[in-house]
Ligand binder design. Sequence first.
Ligand code: ADP
Length: 529
Amino acid sequence: MSPYPGLMQQTQLSIIDILRFAATAHSTREIVSKLIDEPLWRSDYAGTFARTAQAAHMLAGLGIVPGDRVTSLAWNTHRHFELFYAVPGMGAVLHTANPRLPDEHLAFTINHAESRVLLYDVNLAEIVERLKPQLATVEHFVALIADDYETCIAPYSPAFDWPVLDENSGAFLCYTSGTTGDPKGVLYSHRSVVLHALAAGLPGALNFDAADVIMPCQSLYHATAWGLPFAGAINGSKFVFPGDKFDGASLQTLIESEQVTFSGGVPTIWTMYLAYLDQMGVTPGSLQRVIIGGSAVPHAMAETFERRYGVKVRQIWGMTETSPLGVVSTPTPALEALGGEEASEVIWTRQGRMMFGIQMRIVDEDGAILLHDGEQSGALHVRGPWVLSRYFRSEVPATDADGWFDTGDIATIDRFGFMRITDRKKDVIKSGGEWISSIDLENAAVACPGVKVAAVVGIPHPKWEERPLLLIEAHDDVDLDAHIIADWLSARVTKWWMPDRILFESVPLTATGKIDKKTIRERYADLLL
Ligand code: ADP
């Protein structure tokens, strides 16, 4: 006999149910998309659900079965959005590959995922051609264009017999490549994605409703676009996908024509957008709220959006490992009681407030738990139903025995529950929302004949948030200059990883003989500003 007679139903949380719901309860709410070299696409949730079924049939026809991996190499379009539902819906896993990764990393992720089908946007075909010889497991390549993807799905029925899946089945595979070495995969489950989406849409977080028109300007391949494709659909919001164009003029055209109310992206996107508004003397019109994350939000950016244009800024912090939402900077009455200016400062400068579902703590170097007083700073640990347990295929857990994951960020937490990043333990550079490995750059530089020590740090940049600075200490009797180093590096690293400055000087060391990056960062904090 059950100790709980009459217990509630145990329906499994499932990603396709989000779209099924939106197609029923918000059937005519629009899905609009810019495409690569095609006219603006316009459909609705009902139409999208039908096309998702056709995509699932097509993939089943290619032999995809539950558990298989399918890779997308694509921008922010409705076709990519359909794959977000079709692939997990049929029980397979969507690996959202990042086209900005260096070729070898990108090939590594697709091979590591053992992906069987690769669907790609047409302007990424060149990358696909380059990688093809290295992709051992991919059996089918489908271009996301009218005369390939559309022709492939067209013959199929707009209804699919979506399987009932265990909510702990895999759904998305997102790779992160922050530190040195190979990229690491984080495998999201149906359960983690649905719970994350429910929490993300709450009034205390992103506050979505059916009147919202959401334009995701963070890449769909970054941690499932911060969960927006699910959180928005749960709430029946209209979607506007900007394709591959994130410049100010393109975004403004869509905001005006589609009456966008909400958008999200990394600070670099908004730096470009605000510069465009200023230059053209126009305003963001219907735009009411933006979420900004991936890197710290500059104070002036938040102030300009809110004071000059009346657009609310919500900073978010998260990682691929946390699905990614960890905190969102929404106000509380306790905070507002401090008064307008002070409350705004907190909202603008803190990464955000703890949200239900994610537990957080800060610990010192000995593992002692620190106070939430806004002063004590330590390693930021998180745990919860949308935090990873171990990396894909890894033998070892990524957390301690109690499930705490060390984020590599250093933070304070104040009495209102606002977390603030104060430093970064992991040695990486984040430029325009994408990682540059300082260690890989150092290894490349130090291999150059004549170089004794090479040190790379990220320093503040007005457009890209951070850019690499390379310090070189040469052997005594060698004559090196920046051109020699730059030529050496350009043959070995991706173009956008190239250091903005190469300086020759003795590299400062810490007491334990390691490169003292903190001192270098402080010394050159203003170099690019
Ligand atoms: P994403 O793909 O969502 O950017 P990543 O896993 O690549 O996630 O990067 C996560 C890291 O980015 C965090 O650990 C932190 O160092 C940095 N980060 C994210 N959001 C912020 C923020 N609001 N302020 C400062 N740093 C941030």
